[in-house]
Design a protein around this ligand. Structure first.
Ligand SMILES: *Cc1c(COP(=O)(O)O)cnc(C)c1O
Length: 258
């Protein structure tokens, strides 16, 4: 196994090269260390390597991992957030990359104002239109921004997130138009709302150099830093709460909790 510092240095060099190609300052690009499915020791490794942001995609996984991990990192939720998990999520994460509906914004605002949190949020946009992907349609973004600005005083909207469709390595250039579209949407929204939305969360292990060339400020990197994820199960058995992960998207839990 290559030492983590060596791997990280290689990634940072690629980030710097992509910035140079695009005439960008590498200081604008930050790595979100995606530690999902790995143990808490990987969070420590990332932190000791100098990374400051940890990305997890499940609330329950962050709930067991966070208390065992070094304190210091900023925890970001990069996966879909179910409305019935907003309350625990707000205790664990300070930034949310994948907010994709007005009802979800309302739920976050409701709980955040109640418990005194000031979450930072990105709107996830499905620029590819793939049905398998989460995220709002680009056409629905203006209404969501309007809603945050007018009705969600606890929420800071920092920008946008997207995932490009999967392409094999030799066709990776084909991800570019999706990243570009998100940046152009951001630029248009800044003009329309006279506001700054500085964060663009785009680019993963396979495509981050292209995302950076197109304006990414947060690249979400798992595999390239920490190796392949175990396919079957997280390293630690998650508690029975995870069994509720499926079949709860219908919002019925919200009514119970409210
Ligand atoms: C897992 C995950 C990543 C990291 O993917 P890698 O290809 O391993 O870098 C990035 N973003 C999201 C939303 C993820 O779920």
């Amino acid at each position: 196994m290559e030492a983590f510092e060596t791997i990280l240095k290689g990634v940072q060099e690629k980030i710097a090269a992509a910035c140079q190609r695009a005439g960008r300052d590498p200081a604008e690009v930050e790595i979100v260390a995606v530690t999902k499915t790995h143990g808490e020791e990987v969070v420590r490794e990332a932190w000791e390597g100098g990374l400051r942001i940890v990305g997890e995609n499940k609330v329950q996984e962050a709930a067991w991992k966070q208390p065992l991990s070094v304190s210091g990192p900023e925890w970001h939720l990069i996966g879909h957030l179910q409305r019935n998990k907003v309350r625990p999520a707000l205790e664990l994460f300070e930034c949310f990359h994948s907010i994709d509906s007005i009802p979800l914004l309302d739920r976050i605002e409701h709980v955040a104002s109640e418990i005194g949190k000031r979450p930072r949020v990105l709107l996830e946009v499905n620029v590819s239109g793939e049905r398998s992907k989460d995220g709002m349609k680009p056409a629905d973004v203006p209404a969501a921004i309007e809603h945050v600005l007018s009705a969600c005083p606890s929420i800071t909207l920092e920008g946008f997130m997207t995932m490009a469709p999967f392409f094999p390595h030799e066709k990776i250039e084909e991800t570019r138009p999706f990243f570009r579209e998100l940046r152009e949407l951001r630029d248009a929204m800044e003009v329309e709302f006279g506001a700054k939305f500085p964060r663009l969360s785009m680019g993963m292990s396979g495509d981050y150099p292209i995302a950076i060339e197109e304006g990414a400020t947060w690249v979400r990197l798992g595999t390239v830093l920490f190796g392949e994820r175990p396919k079957a199960k997280p390293q630690r058995a998650v508690d029975a709460g995870d069994a509720g992960e499926s079949g709860e998207g219908d919002g019925s839990f919200d009514k119970v909790l409210d």
